[in-house]
Write a new protein. Structure first.
Length: 551
């Protein structure tokens, strides 16, 4: 049975590539597009339908490409436009679409618009950015802080005004109030759509519509007008997959983005489940103990809120987050078991799953011991602030090792050989020493690998309508170690159970889940029948399919 309204991206799984760290074809230590092309067969084998490519555009790389200096050129370290066109064609030949990263809250300070804008207040492009006069004392117009630490305003001495940057000072915010700027962006989007891309991931889309004079930097009053205008002017009548990043999204807000009558986006990336594990005051830099009940309640709230309208994105990791198995599982003794468990727990939820490069191998965080090993601008800026506040360096490094962005950015581990087979040169950031054991070559040779579990889950999504459309039902919501839920259609039900702990746990199975079925996937002995009680091994997880009306 296929639901009539199924969109192609509801049965597909997306794979995120961080180009700098994926595969280097020319030995300069930086991943590139020809490198990605050389790995397409690997991705086809995994079964993914879409690649989300983190930015590959021309950029001074202050924030590894999230600072774009030319939206219509490829950064030379990543390749050429011809390489990019070849990537689209080669991916398409394998049934894979390419999602570009649309970074339009800000540009690089080297973008020609900003270069011109700062020449004089009369520049044609001045109003493409957000400028304000200094405060009475000559300081910044407001005390707004940037996400990367320090004031969100920098003085441009030549023209005597401050410009806004919610990220680094080299990432000036664009002024979406300006209709000419908006039209230029839509035109640029169409230029890429015409090249055959499958859609866009939209960087911090919740920040584009700001009203700084009223202290509004996120979710401004015109946000949805702009997105609707963007849709009308570009992807609206196409089959494009669009996913907006919003750290402020609530389930109710997500319906505004992805509700079927809204004509905005396919879905949003929401981060409530990520932030639920952060320290109240110190955020991600002060890890706090993992809380499964909290995690489940956030995931369930989103599942229920978007049950009939809108669509969820499902992910544990990305290039800004720690490695999933290190954060939510056990990257030591139970690495393989817990990496599979996390995949099973996530992929049966309703929504489109995103796999971050290396997650399918169970890649782990990297244990850096010195600040000189870190590369990420956010980590380096925050370190300066912590140091200036007199906080001990060892504490900062512990926080960065637990939650810093470089964890996700160490090179993809292809082989047990030198530099994990990522490059023949010196990588821009160190490879994780555990590549000798954790690598793609080993995974492909092992039919019980984490990779094999991901492959199975990705294939099941294409086969089972109940995995795509089934109603979500949460069970055992207060259980501190076990996640349990069902997906239900009139003719089929999937029951999922996952032990998030290193303990053997005995659970009472809720009546709705009891009965006989077939084992879909698991990380232990196949489970087909659920009785009143079940003993789960450490990190054991499985899914059972029950076909209604069948015995
Ligand atoms: C969100 C991106 O995911 C992150 O990597 C980047 O630093 C900021 N947006 C700024 O573009």
């Amino acid at each position: 049975m296929t639901e009539p309204s199924t969109r192609w991206w509801q049965t597909a799984t997306v794979y995120q590539i961080y180009p700098r760290s994926f595969a280097d074809s020319n030995g300069d230590g930086i991943g590139d597009i020809p490198g990605i092309i050389s790995k397409l067969d690997y991705l086809a084998r995994l079964g993914i339908g879409v690649i989300w490519l983190s930015p590959v555009f021309a950029s001074p790389m202050d924030d590894n490409g999230y600072d774009i200096s030319d939206y219509q050129a490829i950064a030379p370290e990543f390749g050429t436009l011809a390489d990019f066109d070849r990537l689209i064609a080669e991916a398409r030949a394998r049934g894979i679409g390419i999602l570009l990263d649309l970074v339009v809250n800000h540009t690089s300070d080297e973008h020609r618009w900003f270069v011109d804008a700062r020449v004089s207040r009369a520049s044609r492009y001045r109003d493409y950015y957000v400028w304000r006069d200094p405060a009475a004392d000559g300081g910044p117009p407001t005390d707004l802080q940037s996400t990367f630490g320090g004031p969100a305003w920098t003085l441009d001495p030549a023209t005597g005004q401050y410009y806004l940057h919610q990220f680094s000072r080299r990432q000036p915010d664009l002024n979406w109030e300006n209709p000419e700027l908006r039209a230029a962006i839509y035109q640029m989007m169409n230029w890429w759509l015409d090249r055959g891309i499958a859609g866009f991931r939209m960087d911090v889309i919740n920040l584009i519509a700001k009203d700084v004079d009223r202290g509004i930097t996120a979710d401004g009053p015109k946000l949805h007008d702009y997105i609707q205008e963007m849709s009308r002017a570009s992807f609206g009548n196409s089959e494009a997959l669009t996913v907006g990043e919003s750290w402020t999204a609530t389930p109710e807000g997500a319906l505004l983005y992805s509700g079927r009558d809204r004509h905005e986006l396919s879905m949003v990336f929401q981060f409530e489940h990520v932030m639920a594990q952060w320290h109240e005051t110190w955020g991600k830099w002060q890890p706090k103990p993992f809380d499964l009940v909290r995690l489940k309640s956030v995931l369930s709230r989103w599942q229920y809120a978007l049950a009939d309208d809108g669509w969820n994105s499902l992910f544990w990791g990305n290039h800004d987050l720690p490695r999933a198995v290190s954060k939510y599982g056990d990257d030591g003794r139970y690495r393989v078991q817990s990496a599979k468990m996390l995949a099973i727990a996530l992929h049966f939820l309703k929504g489109t799953p995103y796999v971050y490069q290396g997650e399918e191998l169970g890649m782990t965080n990297v244990p850096f011991t010195a600040m000189s090993q870190f590369r990420d601008i956010e980590t380096l800026n925050m370190h300066r602030l912590h140091r200036d506040a007199g906080l001990p360096e060892a504490d900062f490094i512990a926080g960065a090792n637990a939650n810093g962005r470089d964890n996700a950015r160490t090179p993809m581990q292809w082989t047990a050989g030198p530099e994990a087979g990522f490059t023949t040169g010196t990588p821009w950031i160190e490879v994780n020493p555990n590549h000798v054991a954790i690598n793609a070559e080993a995974a492909l040779a092992d039919e019980n690998s984490v990779f094999a579990t991901y492959r199975k889950l990705i294939a099941l999504r294409r086969q089972l309508p109940v995995m795509v459309h089934g109603r979500y039902e949460a069970h055992l919501e207060d259980h501190q170690q076990v996640m349990a839920y069902s997906r239900v259609l009139p003719d089929a039900r999937i029951n999922v159970i996952a032990n998030f702990s290193a303990n053997t746990v005995t659970v009472t199975i809720p009546p709705a889940m009891r009965g006989a079925g077939t084992a879909l996937v698991g990380n232990g002995a196949p489970v087909t029948t659920l009785g009143e009680e079940l003993q789960l091994a450490p990190y054991q997880a499985f899914a059972v399919l029950v076909v209604m009306g069948a015995d």
